[in-house]
Ligand binder design. Sequence first.
Ligand code: BG6
Ligand code: MG
Length: 216
Amino acid sequence: MVRAVVFDLDGVITDSTGYHLLSWQQAAAEKGLEFGPEIHEQLKGLTRQASLDVILGSQKRQFSDEEKASILQRKQQYYQEFVERMTVRDMLPGAEQLLRQIKARGRKLGVASASKNASLILERLSLRPLFDVVVDGNQIAKSKPDPEVYSKALDLLGVRPFEAVAVEDAAAGVAAAKAAGMWCVAVGSGERLAGADLIVKSIAHLSVDDLLALGD
Ligand code: BG6
Ligand code: MG
């Protein structure tokens, strides 16, 4: 039986993917860097540092530690400006309703996000009280696809992996949840999400019954 549902944040609960991308593009452009759409998808679910490694991996020249630190700092500065303006309107349609339905069924709720801004975003969306546990980028050493963030959430929730479902939008996140031994629902489309147990077009298309049936 499913006893807990652990949500990724960016791209699952909140529509922040575009904000991350714009912030990266702005920070990178200041150093004369550009990166194409083939990189965009790869950035989903990765920590800030791991994202920078992917972006710089597509460049011809090497970057000093100072340059890297400065890009990371500028990216956060731009992203924080978006986060400070976030409101409940930045929630993806259907997300809050689904969270409340899961809660009403007596299941525990968690967040497992690579973002160091996760707590602030949950406050901006007025969702923090719904969650029993929040594990974010400040508490992990390894980026998704490593299972660390999910394993930590399961420990804190006190449930075993096969009693928990992860809800993800990124290939790295699906891989992390499966490596943690959990059930996984992917939100979105495409071959990249094929490792999930269930794929839905958007969070609004995910029914609480289908979600909880995964553990039967
Ligand atoms: C993930 C996003 O949730 O958080 C990534 O999908 C982002 O795009 C990562 O890089 C880290 O976020 P932050 O807020 O710590 O820069
Ligand atoms: Mg995500």
